[in-house]
Design a protein around this ligand. Sequence first.
Ligand code: AP5
Length: 215
Amino acid sequence: MQDCAVMRMILVGPPGAGKGTQAARLVDTYGFTHISSGDMLRAAVKAGTELGHAADGYMKAGKLVPDDVVIGMILERITQPDCAKGFMLDGFPRTRPQAEALDAAMATAGVHLDAVVLIEVPDELIVERGVGRRTDPETGAIYHLKFNPPPAEITGRLVHRKDDTEVAIHERLVKYHSETAPIVPVYEAKGILRRVDGVGTPAEVSARITAVLER
Ligand code: AP5
């Protein structure tokens, strides 16, 4: 694991861009604390908590969970001790109110964002990535039936996400373009946006991310 100074960063990109795949690699390389709003919400749904009940219907339909639900969950999470040396947010913020709430919380804490990595993948590749995705509930590993096939011995336990249908992926893309893409220029204006081409093998994309982080 490489030594890295305190780093507070965001991974942003369309659904299926490879945020989770790249986050796992960045954890291996730098030991970042990875916070995925999607993983937290899915865990809440699985556990049947109040938050999970509130989120479930939105997620299945590919819609965004209301800001007040998600903002509270993430702002509480980044105050935990394992975030003192930085964190890597994946899937948050994805609306202007979420970005503003994060800014305000960080300003209050006297810290700042170091980088926002935008993984760019054209819409026409997104549906195939999502429909073929399978995740391992035991390890959290992310596979793809064609691009990153799972080992034969674990195929029986793999999960196909409820929002990885063609219809839900289209809805998620619409939300990405209308709600999330508009926050990108805000980070660009602050000089912390790093654009990365997300087309290529996961290893190639990782190398591009490492290069922009170490620039
Ligand atoms: P979330 O879990 O955040 O989903 P997402 O943003 O749609 O992203 P994904 O997890 O689908 O994709 P990814 O970019 O991580 O790609 P992955 O690495 O898996 O959110 C889910 C839902 O929760 C939302 O729709 C919403 O309802 C709710 N939610 C979450 N956060 C919220 C928030 N802040 N506000 C409101 N609601 C919120 O890769 C995808 C596939 O492609 C995999 O199969 C992988 O193996 C493959 N792959 C990866 N890289 C490559 C590559 N380079 N080449 C080929 N295949 C690749």
